[in-house]
Design a protein around this ligand. Sequence first.
Ligand SMILES: *[C@@H]1O[C@H](CO)[C@@H](O)[C@H](O)[C@H]1NC(C)=O
Ligand SMILES: *[C@@H]1O[C@H](CO)[C@@H](O)[C@H](O)[C@H]1NC(C)=O
Ligand SMILES: *[C@@H]1O[C@H](CO)[C@@H](O)[C@H](O)[C@H]1NC(C)=O
Ligand SMILES: *[C@@H]1O[C@H](CO)[C@@H](O)[C@H](O)[C@H]1NC(C)=O
Length: 189
Amino acid sequence: MSRKSPITNLLFFLLIFLFAFSAAGKSRSHHPRRPCRHLVFYFHDIIYNGENAENATSAIVGAPAWGNTTILAGQNHFGDMVVFDDPITMDNNLHSPAVGRAQGFYIYDRKEIFTAWLGFSFVFNSTEHRGSLNFAGADPLMNKTRDVSVIGGTGDFFMARGIATLSTDSFEGEVYFRLRADINLYECW
Ligand SMILES: *[C@@H]1O[C@H](CO)[C@@H](O)[C@H](O)[C@H]1NC(C)=O
Ligand SMILES: *[C@@H]1O[C@H](CO)[C@@H](O)[C@H](O)[C@H]1NC(C)=O
Ligand SMILES: *[C@@H]1O[C@H](CO)[C@@H](O)[C@H](O)[C@H]1NC(C)=O
Ligand SMILES: *[C@@H]1O[C@H](CO)[C@@H](O)[C@H](O)[C@H]1NC(C)=O
């Protein structure tokens, strides 16, 4: 009577097997770490320098007490805040047709090294894309690539989330720089 039947044994092992399997399933991510969408854009920042008001796409709007809003301050521009409305292009040419605008601000936030904090949106109103993508994060400028968060989107990018890998594609004497944004979305609707 105390001897278990082979059927009971089989059920027991089946149960253990199922349990182990479901535990292994849980430890795996529900979202595979593969992007659902990949996009590459360039945006072009021409900083006002006291002489280029016509072309400038960005302006210093805040400076520390020891600086001014015409020229970026010393000590790695610490304390300067810049507002921008930059054209976005599909390639690295400033004069290519713009597919949207990169709009937002950056704050230089360390005296010791050249680094910034970025908060901006890509605003699209073209035949390719309509809507916006919103970005935020630290931008350690001396690094070849920097990852910032894609924290949301609207329109064609409804509820988008992901990572944008930024790299400085060109840097010309504190007047012009061009960033390449390599965007991988991990949430797409
Ligand atoms: C700014 O605009 C002027 C006049 O259109 C042009 O000559 C100059 O090259 C432009 N500068 C830049 C940096 O694009
Ligand atoms: C602004 O600051 C820069 C350097 O920090 C200086 O060369 C320039 O003369 C200042 N301009 C004004 C208008 O104060
Ligand atoms: C987007 O483009 C359309 C067509 O060119 C225009 O009617 C509309 O006002 C634009 N919207 C914005 C927010 O710029
Ligand atoms: C950025 O560069 C610094 C110094 O070269 C390095 O220590 C750091 O790990 C880099 N950060 C990232 C996110 O790559």
